[in-house]
Design a protein around this ligand. Structure first.
Ligand SMILES: [Zn+2]
Length: 548
């Protein structure tokens, strides 16, 4: 198992402290205005009983969580929680801390363990792009899933969930509530093995390694108290590939059933905090109404797909993080809806992300490799079928955000040169070297040394051609420090991402920044605006969106 380096550790620790500080301040403010004594201090010091040191690690974990019988007797639980969700990889610079995607308050998680169903009634406020209050449910019943209400930032209604998302929801709850893992160990002790010991926060912990369909899960059991302090495992993230996932449990409190639940749970991926959850109420083995888990009648559910479910489980953080800020990316988007903008310039649009394919005399130039390698593989296959005798010479990356760069690795495996902002050379070099053992992509199967062509600030990079030259410009903006603008001077086409979605509009200053770059900074002659999202628009549409 891959060891977590201290550099992966420390950012999560730091962020966790920041979040805790924030939570304490918020609780103090609440206390001034609201009724007193709702949330008393946690148990007095010294209440952490010690467990028999001669116990094996699994038995210590059972003892620490309320006893094996209580774990075996877990039929259901219901939590009301508040918390914050964060997204890493979408900041101004790659090194920026995660951005808060949403806050929740009064969200209810109802888990019928015996009946294999769960329902999460979200009450949350999206915070990343503009504030938006939402009230909706994620329901998982056996292999079926349904999103009742609207989680999309753009207002798209929910509906039946694909198998990948259903599996991701399940895995998230399994990690947040390790009782579910311990219950499986109680039923089948052979899935857990002794993993030795480790120090965590200066205390000795015994490690319990639990077999798992994605990657073994390691539970850190406090050697003295039996309390679970941490879970760690590995999963796949489309951009960074194999990434460590860590969950920290804090403030275990006894419930009337005898089982203990942690007051606070923090999840991190690749060293970054992605969620922080505080449990306000915990009910164990109460009565859960069957209606909680009922899928709307007449629902036409997609058939369960085991392969999709396995992928969803192996990328659960990716799915749940994008959903947490209102941009669910469920399913694998392999659509290549083609529009020929001018002969030789092909706009391949997907459900959410687009790519522009430009035919030059010596080969094909690709603008933007979004989402994940699977999407790039589909586009590469499209190109090979369309232009069987031309190599893909260059792929141009607009900016570092994970949903716009997640497909670059497939092109590197083709020997394609990557054109990116000069500040991103080492960032991409690391990504292209990243191990991808859980889901081996094209680059993992064919490790290839990347060639990264930097675009220097103040020096546009021109990929010359008699018919379709392509120029990459540095694009000053407030969305990403490393943003590039692409321009096809002969075709009078511009391509940019996230500042303006042609045909759909843009957020904040984005349209203004893009229009200024095209019109003022570089004086480009543009008739058609294209981009990583949306469709096409005229320059006049962009000007109008910019209010200029
Ligand atoms: Zn972006």
């Amino acid at each position: 198992m891959r060891k977590l380096s201290s550099t992966r550790w420390s950012p999560l620790r730091t962020l966790r402290a920041v979040t805790l500080g924030f939570a304490l301040v918020a609780a103090g403010c609440e206390g001034d205005a609201g009724p007193q004594g709702e949330q008393g201090p946690q148990g007095a010091p010294g209440t952490d009983a010690t467990v028999d040191p001669s116990l094996g690690t699994a038995d210590k974990a059972f003892a620490g969580i309320g006893g094996k019988a209580a774990v075996q007797g877990l039929q259901n639980f219901e939590l009301t929680v508040s918390g914050q969700a964060y997204t890493a990889g979408e900041g101004f610079r790659p090194s920026d801390p995660p951005l808060m995607g949403s806050t929740s308050n009064g969200t209810t998680i109802s888990y019928d363990v015996a009946g294999n169903k769960l329902a999460i009634h979200h009450k949350r406020t999206l915070t990343l792009f503009f504030p938006l209050q939402q009230d909706f449910k994620e329901i998982v019943n056996g292999n079926d899933g349904f999103l009742d209400g609207t989680e999309s930032l753009f207002g798209a209604p929910g509906g039946p969930l694909l198998s990948d998302r259903t599996a991701a929801i399940r895995r998230q709850q399994r990690f947040l509530n390790p009782h579910l893992i311990l219950k499986d160990i109680a039923a089948n002790p052979s899935i857990a093995t002794d993993g030795g010991s480790a120090l965590l926060d200066g205390s000795l912990h015994n490690l319990l390694v639990v077999s798992d369909s994605v990657h073994p899960i390691t539970l850190y059991v406090n050697a003295k108290t039996g309390k679970l302090a941490k879970l760690s495992t590995l999963e796949n993230e489309p951009l960074h590939r194999d990434v460590p996932v860590e969950v920290f449990y804090e403030g275990w409190e006894t419930t009337s059933s005898g089982l203990l639940f942690p007051k606070n749970v923090y999840m991190g991926v690749d060293g970054h905090l992605v969620s922080s959850e505080t449990r306000k109420t915990v009910t164990v083995n109460g009565t859960l109404a069957a209606s909680l888990f009922q899928l709307p009648s007449g629902t036409n559910l997609p058939p369960y797909n085991a392969e999709d479910a396995a992928r969803g489980a192996s990328q659960h953080v990716f799915h749940q993080v994008f959903a947490s800020f209102g941009i669910p990316l469920d399913g694998v988007d392999l659509t290549t809806s083609e529009t020929v903008l001018t002969p030789g310039v092909h706009y391949l649009r997907g459900y959410s992300h687009n790519t522009l394919v430009v035919e030059q005399a010596n080969g094909i130039v690709v603008l933007e490799a979004p989402l994940y390698p699977e999407r790039s593989d589909a586009i590469i296959n499209w190109i090979k079928a369309k232009f069987p005798n031309k190599p893909i010479t260059h792929v141009l990356a607009t900016h570092h955000h994970s949903d716009h760069a997640g497909g670059l690795r497939s092109y590197v495996a083709q020997g394609t040169k990557v054109v990116a902002h000069e500040s991103l050379t080492s960032f991409y070099q690391e990504l292209f070297r990243a191990p991808s053992t859980l889901r081996p992509d094209a680059l993992a199967q064919k490790p290839t040394a990347p060639t990264i062509v930097p675009v220097a600030i103040g020096t546009p990079l021109r990929l010359d051609d008699a018919s379709h030259p392509v120029v990459a410009y540095n694009l000053p903006n407030t969305h990403a420090a490393d943003m590039l603008l692409f321009y096809l001077p002969n075709d009078k086409i511009a391509f940019a991402s996230d500042l303006f979605n042609p045909g759909q509009g843009g957020f904040g200053n984005g349209p203004k920044e893009l229009y200024t770059a095209i019109k003022t900074t570089y004086s480009l002659d543009v008739t058609t605006v294209t981009g990583g999202h949306g469709n096409t628009s005229s320059l006049a549409d962009l000007q109008q969106a910019a209010g200029m």
